[in-house]
Design a protein around this ligand. Structure first.
Ligand SMILES: C[S@@+](CC[C@H](N)C(=O)[O-])C[C@H]1O[C@@H](n2cnc3c(N)ncnc32)[C@H](O)[C@@H]1O
Length: 266
């Protein structure tokens, strides 16, 4: 790490850090790679919990601590140290190059799921798109939404243009949703990231990022400003469908003139 700090050119420093991150993950490659990566993300999210940052580690969130210990206990002290080093490298990478995606680059290399279409947009393309649509003037009014967010590159590029907006993201892959949460946190974006399905609109987890000061907080879906509303709307739609289905199945069945058909909505 000390050696890397001596590299003055930020691009070169960033490239070197990305290689180091990969090497550190390689050191744990006798475990299943995807598990280590996912565990790393969980530990990092727990580390940056809003309570930890707000009270400068003088207070903690009990549930968050439990979650962290549940994951980290599977690693030996030497391995825990490697996980900590990866976290330091991740911070150093974002310091060297703001709005970059070092962990996403690693993810793409090893785990990108072609069935889910997990081909992340190159950062340069995200920047071009952001330049076309993001208004530099707007302040906290615009919601920048990427549903199917991957590692969150479109949000990062949009934040590079105007960090004052509110950012909303969702992905069906839990790992990728965590990755996006971390990227948003590290670059100071404010918003909500969800693990959920953009088609059925089901949401399984929501993280609030940098909303109450800095830090990440997993919140109940009902508490989420955006995903909570969706959940309510979805439930009301379900209730309506059930009522309609009931009405249809309640039709008199012994009416001989009518065909014996039962409709089911959807
Ligand atoms: C082509 S990638 C794009 C990622 C990101 N928007 C970008 O530009 O780099 C598509 C993403 O959509 C996610 N995805 C696929 N089906 C989804 C669904 N039904 N709901 C939410 N996300 C989905 C995948 O996991 C993947 O991360």
């Amino acid at each position: 790490m000390e050696e890397i700090k001596k590299i003055l050119n930020p691009d070169k420093r960033y490239a070197r850090i990305v290689t180091e991150i990969q090497k550190k993950f390689d050191e744990l490659s006798y475990y299943e790679r995807s598990r280590v990566f996912d565990d790393f993300l969980t530990c990092a999210i727990c580390t940056f919990h809003n309570t930890n940052l707000r009270y400068r580690l003088l207070a903690c969130d009990i549930e968050n601590e439990k979650k962290y210990l549940e994951v980290i206990k599977h690693y030996k002290p030497r391995e825990q140290l490697i996980i900590k080093e990866i976290l330091h490298l991740f911070i150093a990478a974002v310091e060297a190059k703001n709005y970059s995606d070092p962990l996403g680059e690693y993810y793409e290399q090893y785990f990108a799921n072609s069935r889910l279409g997990q081909f992340f947009t190159p950062m340069e393309v995200c920047r071009i798109m952001a330049n076309m649509v993001i208004n530099e003037e707007s302040e906290y009014k615009t919601v920048v939404d990427d549903t199917g967010c991957g590692s969150g590159r479109n949000l990062l590029a949009a934040a590079e243009k105007n960090p004052k907006n509110f950012f909303k993201a969702r992905d069906i892959s839990l790992t990728v949703a965590k990755l996006c949460t971390l990227n948003c946190f590290m670059n100071g974006l404010r918003g909500e990231v969800a693990w959920g399905d953009a088609i059925s609109l089901e949401t399984w987890k929501v993280w609030e990022v940098n909303m109450m000061g800095f830090g990440i907080r997993e919140i109940p879906i009902e508490e989420s400003f955006y995903f909570g509303q969706e959940k309510e709307a979805l439930e009301s739609l379900r209730r309506r469908k059930e009522r309609l289905n009931e009405k249809i199945t309640e039709q008199p069945k012994n009416n001989k003139n009518k065909p014996d058909l039962q409709f089911k909505l959807f």
